[in-house]
Write a protein that binds this ligand. Structure first.
Ligand SMILES: Cc1ncc(C[n+]2csc(CCOP(=O)(O)OP(=O)(O)O)c2C)c(N)n1
Ligand SMILES: [Mg+2]
Length: 319
């Protein structure tokens, strides 16, 4: 593998490792009840965010759901801001008022995150329209789940994006669940990709656990955006409960066996094995050590940072 590709493969792994370990740290810290924010964890979906965000790089202009952790860290690698925001501190990118569901940092490519399902789709069209007029190189990208396509705004957005040939990247994160409800009793169709194609939008269905493949897919999608939107459907398995830091295999809507099957193709394990095969084990170990140190540092800093001032209550809300 050429050197540039090696560096790039390590970057993909770093983004995923950072997300997974930051969330494992959340699982420890959250029990202390100092982070007053509902957690929608990303475990299982790291390859999607890392692959797409690495390909977007500085061109990222992301509109995210409330399941923000992987997207935010993959786009920004900003552990300090991440933990500060979770602890509700003034040093967070949302001034401590956004929390886990509203992680955003427009200067670093994450425009906003919304807790209201599907509200982060249509604004990406507006951004794409503006980008085209301004002639800049930004890529309006919306990440959304299989629950979001149950809303009319998704279909209106696909329609308009195709009609106006807007350069929007649609990233459909398919975990087959809207909270506890499987797609089979929500969708009257089996294959969304085939429907989206009928609007005239190039669309592909892909494995959402292989970060290298997702990176390559995004790179090829970026080349096609000049002629209109691109839709990618990426299948993954949500490891944890819908909201919260724990497992929920005793809730009765899915089985632990299913989880164990998906764990065999865990995105981090796949990429790590690849890097080790390339003779990079020591580099990987050093990378992991550095990320863990950065997480410790970010948590310490967040804990000791000040809360926002009462006079800043409305700052950043309407301005
Ligand atoms: C407009 C709206 N309707 C309902 C809800 C309640 N709700 C929160 S998450 C969710 C499921 C969304 O599933 P999906 O889009 O697949 O995302 P995932 O949680 O699987 O990542 C629902 C229905 C909401 N937040 N907003
Ligand atoms: Mg879902």
């Amino acid at each position: 593998m050429p050197k540039t590709n090696t560096v790039h493969s390590l970057t993909l792994y770093r983004k995923m490792y950072m997300t997974r370990k930051a969330e494992e740290r959340i699982q420890i810290e959250d029990k202390k009840n100092e982070m007053k924010t509902p957690m929608h964890m990303s475990m299982g979906e790291e390859a999607i965010s890392a692959g797409v965000c690495a390909a977007l790089n500085k061109r990222a202009q992301i509109f995210s759901t409330y399941r923000t952790h992987a997207v935010y860290l993959s786009a920004t690698e900003d552990l300090k801001g991440f933990f500060a925001e979770l602890y509700g501190k003034a040093t967070g990118p949302g001034g401590g008022k956004g929390g886990s569901m509203h992680l955003a940092n427009p200067k670093r490519g994450v425009i906003f995150s919304s807790a209201v399902v599907a509200t982060n789709i249509a604004p990406a069209l507006g951004a794409a329209f503006a980008n085209r007029r301004l002639g800049n190189d930004k890529v309006a990208t919306t990440f959304f789940g299989d629950g979001a396509v149950d809303e009319g705004v998704f279909w209106e957005s696909i329609n308009l994006a195709c009609l106006w040939k807007l350069p929007v990247l649609f990233v459909y994160e398919d975990n087959n669940l809207a909270i506890h409800t499987p797609a089979s009793i929500r969708h009257s169709y089996k294959n969304i990709v085939e429907i989206v194609k009928k609007f005239g939008c190039p669309a592909v269905k892909y494995d959402g656990t292989d970060v290298e493949k997702i990176y390559q897919l995004t790179e090829s999608a970026l080349k096609q955006l000049k002629s209109g939107p691109f839709f990618m459907s990426l299948k993954y398995y949500r490891y944890l409960e819908h909201v919260g830091i724990g497992e929920d295999f005793n809730a009765g809507y899915r089985s632990k066996e299913e989880f164990l099957k998906w764990q065999k193709i865990d995105p981090l394990d796949t990429q790590r094995a690849r890097l080790v095969k390339l003779g990079l084990e020591n580099t990987v170990l050093a990378l992991e050590k550095k990320v863990l140190k950065d997480i410790n540092n970010a948590v310490d800093l967040a804990k000791s940072a000040p809360f926002p001032e009462p006079r800043d209550l409305y700052r950043g809300v309407y301005e």
